[in-house]
Design a protein around this ligand. Structure first.
Ligand code: ADP
Ligand code: MG
Length: 442
């Protein structure tokens, strides 16, 4: 076999350093019977080599004794196949990039326990599509949205499903913070470590890259990531990426990377509305063998409304408290367990604070909210204030009626029901209520 290394030296003498680095150096050679086969990491490089350098390569290889096969040399996209390793196969965990403090894929992140609703329906459909047909039409698949909304869960559900169908699939999950840190380390250790670093990701049949915004402002890391990305993409391997916003809005992310990330299917995951928060709570409670009544689920969904992670944490506090006091989960217990979410320790929000906060928000006076005037904006503010008092304090409907200028308890009840109904369908109002509650919690 003509030595590829010697051929490389000749090429280096004949072509510019830039062209050599970008086009020839990334090639990998594999000896085949009577000749050599070349592999390019992506089709751009393959085309460039075929167009510009193939005659030269053939000439140099022939000088070292190549026969007719070399005259027919072609460059393929891909990697040389490695001989089957001897000894036991590495475990799945061993092949997965370690997430900080936790190894690889979390088996709890499945499609079955991902609750679907208005805000994530399309994301779940897209994830299923990709899990059923990896590397096909939706490559890369990008999930974007703020924290705690289920991006990692869905991404790992794809990995878990593919892995459950075929244990030999090499699913590589990596958080970008880890990618960044291991690359810095590899650069420090030198070229061998760097090759090993790249190989780890290039060996993936499915690459799951979490929180890509973490490599913003690190151009070298982005360049390396893009190289890995192109290589996998060209080889028809599936790539799934998450980001805390649409990549175009991430400062410090290179244009080429932004455009590659936007080149497949991108789906936003939005914060869940109230109805969905309740559904998530019930499902999570059921998984823990606890059944939640409507009022308890409603209360938790109201006070823990930032994202699903907060919701989950709140549910755990309530269940933990119930186990601690040996009681069953009820509204009083939930209110007690979640005081920290509604104010400082031991502190409950009172009607006066709610009135002031709602009045500020609508730019009216608390006395106007308590009056009988029926201007549209006052009625909305009044209903909202009643709703918040019901949700955030332990006051009864008739108590609230008395506080709000002698309203009958049925009036309060229907005002609360109306807001509750509207929140389910009006995301803007839901957002408004959530921001009022977060103001109240401060
Ligand atoms: P992100 O990656 O968007 O920050 P995660 O995927 O880490 O969010 O989700 C935070 C927590 O909320 C996880 O425990 C996850 O299982 C849970 N979670 C998020 N969305 C859902 C959902 N729709 N159904 C069930 N659990 C969810
Ligand atoms: Mg995440």
């Amino acid at each position: 076999m003509p030595p590829w290394e010697t051929c490389l030296q000749r090429l280096q003498e004949h072509i510019s350093a830039d062209a050599f680095d970008s086009t020839i150096r990334p090639l990998q050679a594999q000896p085949v019977q009577g000749g050599i086969k070349l592999y390019a990491p992506n089709r751009y490089i393959r085309d460039e080599v075929n167009r510009e350098y193939l005659p030269l390569i053939i000439e140099f290889l022939a000088e070292f004794g190549g026969g007719s096969r070399i005259r027919e040399l072609e460059v393929e996209v891909g990697e040389p196949s490695e001989p089957e390793p001897k000894g036991p196969k590495p475990s799945i965990q061993g092949r997965i990039c370690k997430h900080r403090g936790r190894g690889g894929l979390d088996p709890a992140y499945t499609f079955e326990n991902f609750v679907e609703g208005e805000s994530n329906r399309f994301a779940k459909v897209a994830a299923r599509l990709v899990a059923d047909n990896p590397g096909r039409d939706n490559n890369p698949l990008l999930f974007h949205g703020s924290v705690g909304l289920g991006k990692t869960h869905l991404m790992q559900a794809i990995g878990n499903l593919i892995q459950s169908r075929d244990a030999d699939e090499s699913i590589v999950y990596c958080h970008c913070q880890v990618f960044l840190e291991s690359m810095v380390e590899a650069v420090r250790l030198g070229s061998g470590a760097m090759q090993q670093f790249a190989r780890r990701y290039q060996s993936a049949s499915v690459l799951l890259v979490d929180d890509i915004q973490f490599i913003a402002g690190a151009p070298q890391t982005q360049k390396e990531f893009l190289r890995i990305f192109n290589r996998l993409w060209d080889g028809g391997r599936q790539i799934v990426v998450t980001c805390d916003r649409y990549p175009r809005f991430v400062k410090g992310l290179e244009g080429s990377l932004k455009s590659r990330l936007s080149g497949g299917l991108h789906v936003q995951i939005k914060p869940p509305g109230k109805a969905m928060r309740v559904a998530i709570l019930k499902s999570k409670a059921r998984n823990r063998g606890v059944s939640l009544s409507e009022d308890v689920a409603g209360y938790i969904a109201t006070v823990a409304n930032a994202n699903v992670r907060e919701l989950d944490g709140a549910l755990q506090s309530v269940i933990g408290q119930a186990q601690f006091v040996g009681d069953e989960v009820n509204l009083g217990l939930a209110q007690d367990a979640l005081r920290h979410l509604v104010g400082g320790p031991g502190r409950m929000i009172n009607i006066g604070e709610i009135l002031r906060t709602v009045a500020d928000h609508y730019d009216v006076k608390p006395s106007e909210i308590l009056s009988k005037r029926r201007y549209r904006h006052l009625v909305r503010a009044r209903h909202l204030a009643m709703y918040l008092v019901k949700e955030l304090t332990s006051r009864s409907y008739s108590d609230i009626g008395k506080e709000f200028g002698g309203n009958h308890h049925t009036t309060v009840k229907s005002a609360c029901a109306k807001i509750e109904r509207l929140i389910q369908i009006d995301l803007v109002l839901d957002q408004e209520v959530r921001s009022l509650i977060s103001d109240l919690k401060r």
